[in-house]
Design a protein around this ligand. Structure first.
Ligand code: ADP
Length: 456
């Protein structure tokens, strides 16, 4: 639409100028040419001798299609050049006298007439001026040129323009049709794909071929689709995992509670045994819920670090002592190899949880010797902390996965209590602190989980 309007506007302008102003423009051009020729002649009038001047006049006349009449101060013809065939001044002394007296009367000492030639009925331009001083003229100059009838030219141009206009409007129409199709087509395609995406189809292809912007739009939408799909899968996994993990302890709780009601209520030994299981399962539930909450807080980015200074050796000792109470009963042995006490600055609660989770995993997954090694290694720019076990180790390709949410390997030797969130929390906390971390593992020999508290 706009393109066609633009074309029409251009033509309206062109028409107005060509047809309305062509005549005026032509006439003023003719006058300007005559005036220029007159200036040329009056400039050379004095400086040339007669023959030279005559041939000069001839040249000017031929060049400009002019009749030239040079008169002396009394109005008598001195030089006369005729190229037009039928002009207003040659051999018409009466007329020339009238023109000369008109020039004298005129303030500008100049005349410009548009006269219809009585014999040919053609319009002509008559230009006259003085030679030499305006007040005391040496002579007069009269120039006569034909004004070609513009009307016929205008009608030719009109017809030509009409054809060109019609032609160009058709071309403009075709081009705009083509352009709008070209612009609209990829967008229409992308829109219908986007509708598919809105309905939840994450396999929609966005085809933005056509031009750069549509391609960029398609790429952006493809990226958005991938992200949406990822979030969707994560959400599904989360709900599936959480509900699965909640259901198992709840089933146990119910089963043991019913057992106490129906069977072991009167048997203090059995009852206590069952109550113990109920308490353990409740702990496990609480642990799971806490882990989920911690992780969601950490991952939402709302969790801010609260750094404090503390001695790392003291902290490690304290955490290991907490474990010893429980684990030694079951025959586990945690060996701590401390370094000199140094002060570090980080979020103590969160780092405590990292250490706790790592040691807890090491105990859960260590080998038959039930040994766990914890090492503190002071370094120039921080403290390296390692937790080693003697378990089965982790396969190379699984190392990448274990830090993911809910990843749990299936082949545990014994029933291990865990939520599958421990290492995700470790990863989230260490990332928040910008600390390096990693795993070295040899299959069958065990694994070393490490992280480095940097920037003392
Ligand atoms: P959870 O221990 O509750 O299953 P984690 O996120 O702490 O969850 O660990 C994820 C998985 O990584 C575990 O299921 C286990 O397969 C593996 N893993 C973690 N720590 C060790 C370890 N010390 N030795 C071997 N495998 C481990």
């Amino acid at each position: 639409m706009y393109f066609i309007l633009f074309t029409i506007a251009v033509f309206v302008l062109l028409w107005t100028f060509q047809i309305l102003f062509l005549e005026k423009f032509y006439e003023s051009m003719k006058v300007r040419d005559a005036a220029a020729a007159a200036t040329k002649i009056s400039d050379s009038y004095e400086s040339m001798d007669k023959t030279e001047f005559r041939s000069f006049l001839n040249d000017v006349a031929v060049e400009n299609d002019l009749c030239i009449e040079v008169l002396d101060r009394y109005g008598r013809s001195m030089y006369s050049v005729e190229v037009l065939g039928d002009c207003l001044i040659h051999g018409r002394e009466n007329s020339t006298f009238t023109y000369v007296s008109d020039i004298v009367k005129n303030d500008d000492k100049e005349i410009r007439y548009r006269i219809v030639n009585p014999r040919t009925h053609n319009e002509m331009l008559l230009y006259g001026c003085v030679l030499g001083d305006k007040d005391k003229p040496d002579g007069f100059l009269l120039l006569n040129s034909a004004l070609v009838p513009v009307g016929s030219t205008v009608s030719i141009i009109k017809r030509q323009l009409m054809i060109i206009t019609a032609f160009l409007i058709v071309i403009a129409f075709i081009i705009s049709l083509f352009l709008s199709r070209r612009i609209a087509r990829p967008i229409t395609r992308i829109t219908s794909s986007a509708e598919q995406l809105a309905k939840g189809n994450f396999n929609t292809k966005f085809d933005g071929r056509g031009y750069l912007e549509s391609q960029t739009l398609a790429d952006t939408l493809t990226y958005a689709e991938k992200e949406l799909s990822r979030v969707d899968t994560m959400q599904r996994d989360l709900i599936a995992n959480v509900s699965h993990d909640l259901r198992t302890p709840l089933t146990m709780l119910k089963a043991y509670a019913e057992m106490i009601r129906d069977l072991s209520g009167d048997n203090p030994v059995k009852r206590n045994e069952h109550l113990e299981i109920i308490i353990n399962e409740t702990d496990r539930l609480a642990m799971l819920v806490n882990d989920i909450l911690d992780l969601s807080k950490l991952e939402s980015g709302r969790q801010k670090l609260n750094p404090t200074e503390f001695g790392i050796r003291g902290k490690l000792t304290e955490i290991i002592d907490r474990f010893k109470g429980i684990s030694e009963k079951q025959g586990y042995e945690i060996q701590f190899a401390p370094d000199k006490e140094i002060t570090v600055c980080c979020d103590v609660v969160k780092i405590e949880q990292v250490i706790y989770n790592l040691i807890n995993n090491a105990i859960n997954y260590t080998g038959e010797d039930k040994k766990v090694y914890v090492r503190q290694i002071n370094q120039p720019d921080g403290v390296l902390i390692e937790v080693e076990d003697t378990g089965d180790g982790i396969e190379e390709e699984k190392i990448k996965l274990i830090f993911d949410k809910y990843y749990r390997s299936e082949n545990h030797k014994r029933e291990v209590v865990g939520t599958g969130l421990g290492l995700s929390i470790v990863k989230a906390v260490l990332k928040l602190h910008n600390y390096d971390y990693g795993v070295r593992s040899t299959l069958g020999k065990g694994s070393v989980f490490w992280f480095r508290i940097s920037g003392r």
